[in-house]
Ligand binder design. Structure first.
Ligand code: 5GP
Length: 199
């Protein structure tokens, strides 16, 4: 029997560096599938349709939602984001591991439906560092930055809902931790569909 793949949820406050870590992890674990989310926000410079996100209108988002096409969805600040069900289900059924990089509201929805997932909380080394990162990104307006920072304290309280917490102080160190988590999770006997020959 084929064991299902691992569903890995990388989550945490915005600006914690989830995106950077996820990219670095995927570069080092190329077999890891990535769930491309749908969003109503505009693409940022350098982002590519179908690679970073599927950029859709609010009408299309509502239609997909009504059709039950999202595994989870959330309004993050002024935009909507959702994880299309199809790719995630197909990967898991094929025994492929897949990673989702989503916000905390979305992670909590997945945890309810699929507690077997591996839930990893990424935190910045400090609030000051977080502020520096969000401001330094240069992609968001001052108003958006203010909103994001004011949510962080509250978001940090969700840490206890997760299986693991990784402090993103240095990218490669954090990636090593993520790899170790994934390797260890794959060794859990409950996840293995194997038979031992004892003769
Ligand atoms: P950004 O607009 O900076 O790419 O993402 C904003 C926030 O939305 C980030 O915290 C990101 O992890 C989260 N996000 C991206 N895709 C999804 C998704 O499909 N579902 C949920 N719930 N959050 C998402």
């Amino acid at each position: 029997m084929q064991a299902p793949g691992l569903l890995i949820v990388l989550s945490g406050p915005s600006g914690a560096g989830k995106g950077t870590l996820c990219q670095a992890l995927r570069a080092q674990m190329p077999e890891l599938k990535y769930s491309v989310s749908a969003t109503t926000r505009q693409p940022r410079a350098g982002e590519v349709e179908g690679i970073n996100y599927y950029y859709i209108t609010k009408e299309k988002f509502d239609e997909m939602l009504a059709q039950g096409e999202f595994l989870e969805w959330a309004r993050v600040y002024d935009n909507y984001y959702g994880t299309p069900k199809k790719q995630v289900m197909e990967s898991l059924e094929r025994g492929e591991d897949i990673i989702l990089e989503i916000d905390i509201q979305g992670a909590m929805q997945i945890k309810k439906q699929y507690p077997k997932g591996v839930f990893i909380f990424i935190v910045p080394p400090s609030i000051r560092e977080l502020e520096k990162r969000i401001t330094g990104r240069g992609t968001d307006s001052e108003e958006v930055i203010k909103k994001r920072l004011s949510c962080v304290q509250q978001e940090l309280t969700y840490v206890s809902e997760y299986d693991y917490v990784v402090v993103n102080d240095e990218v490669q160190t954090a990636v090593e931790k993520l790899k170790a988590i994934i390797i260890a999770e794959k060794c859990r006997p409950q996840r293995k569909a194997f038979s031992l020959e004892w003769s």
